[in-house]
Design a binder for this molecule. Structure first.
Ligand SMILES: [Zn+2]
Ligand SMILES: [Zn+2]
Length: 343
């Protein structure tokens, strides 16, 4: 598969990713382990190269990144190791010990990195896949009224596409995203949202599932993998709708579909970053019908067939605002009907 961001083969199908999983972050017998204090500066100014197996312990990789960032002036020699930034491993899943990283398995999120340094980091640190500069905001749509212009993080060097793996009772689901465009959600132990979808979809599965605020498609695709015959996913943010469609293609081996028709590519969608009236981005042919829309979920009922009542997951931004959530739920029930749950 070709990566829509960097144009190389940095993305793989779910089947290929899963084949690497059991051992991907485990050391070989020769791998060395040096645990560093993340809250202290790196006094030694030394790092070990990757092992002959191609992997290196994450702290050692951080030492390498730190030394380059201090040399370039992006960090002070008195800064703690943790000031390098936040690591996101690729592929991401809940791990019970820190990883030994193979090549191209780490995305660095940094507040202070410059473009020149980011390029040097990607050129010299083999584990690094890309560098993203972050800020004090959430990338993508930040308020449910869709009025504000979404802000995004900046890709400084390399490629910021990475995957997370979610365990389902039918087998793991692989979900890709372009990290500078999508808000960061670390997989939580126990994967509560996935468990909630499994529980509501039931066994045998319901016939019709809507993921109204789909993000990159995790819950809608979980329902599809659980065997739901008809799934509709929707998100107002172009990057979410695009990656939902892309992830449909990535996980197609698990689905009863003949074809995935994608109507808009990433560069077309960038021209309408937020839409209200639903636009169909992708759909499948075959025994399972899966449709993806970009639009305001409050208008999604205008494109749905009124005859069937779905099970709807409403994964809203501010679930803690209970009166607002209740109002949305009532409105949805009036326009669409069926059962609604908040995962
Ligand atoms: Zn890429
Ligand atoms: Zn090794």
């Amino acid at each position: 598969m070709k990566c829509p961001v960097c144009g190389t083969d940095c993305v793989r199908s779910a089947t290929e990713i899963l084949a690497t999983l059991p051992t991907i972050f485990l050391p070989c017998p020769e791998c060395s382990l040096r645990v560093l204090d993340k809250r202290a500066p790196l006094l030694s100014r030394e790092y070990a190269p990757p092992c002959s197996c191609g992997k290196r312990f994450i702290d050692e990789v951080f030492a390498h990144l730190y030394i380059i960032m201090v040399e370039e002036g992006d960090l002070l020699a008195s800064d703690p190791l943790i000031a390098v930034g936040t690591p996101l491993v690729h592929p991401g899943f809940v791990m019970d010990r820190p990883p030994f990283l193979p090549a191209n398995s780490l995305l660095l999120l940094s507040r202070c990195v410059t473009k020149k340094t980011a390029q040097r980091l990607v050129d010299e640190v083999p584990e690094l896949k890309g560098v993203v500069k972050t800020g004090d905001f959430t990338p993508g749509i930040a308020s449910p009224d869709l009025q504000s212009v979404p802000r995004v993080y900046e890709l400084m060097a390399g490629c910021d596409v990475r995957a997370d793996v979610f365990p389902l009772r039918t087998g793991p689901l692989v979900i890709y995203k372009q990290q500078s465009r999508i808000h960061i959600e670390f997989p939580r132990p126990g994967y509560p949202k996935i468990r909630s979808v499994e529980q509501h979809v039931g066994k045998p599965p319901v016939n019709y599932f809507i993921d109204a605020c789909s993000g990159v498609g995790t819950l809608g695709l979980a329902a599809a993998c659980l065997g739901v015959a008809r799934v509709v996913m929707n998100d107002a943010w172009y990057a979410s709708a695009f990656w939902s469609a892309f992830n449909l293609e990535v996980n197609r081996a698990y689905l009863e579909i003949d074809r995935v028709k994608i109507y808009e590519q990433l560069e077309d969608m960038e021209k309408h970053p937020v839409t209200r009236d639903p636009i169909k981005i992708a759909e499948t042919t075959g025994a399972q019908s899966i449709e993806i829309y970009q639009g305001d979920f409050r208008l999604l009922h205008t494109v749905l067939s009124p005859d069937k009542s779905p099970l709807t997951a409403l994964d809203l931004f501010n679930k803690s605002d209970l009166p607002a959530t209740e109002k949305i739920r009532r409105e949805w029930q009036k326009n669409v009907g069926g059962e609604v749950f908040i995962p």
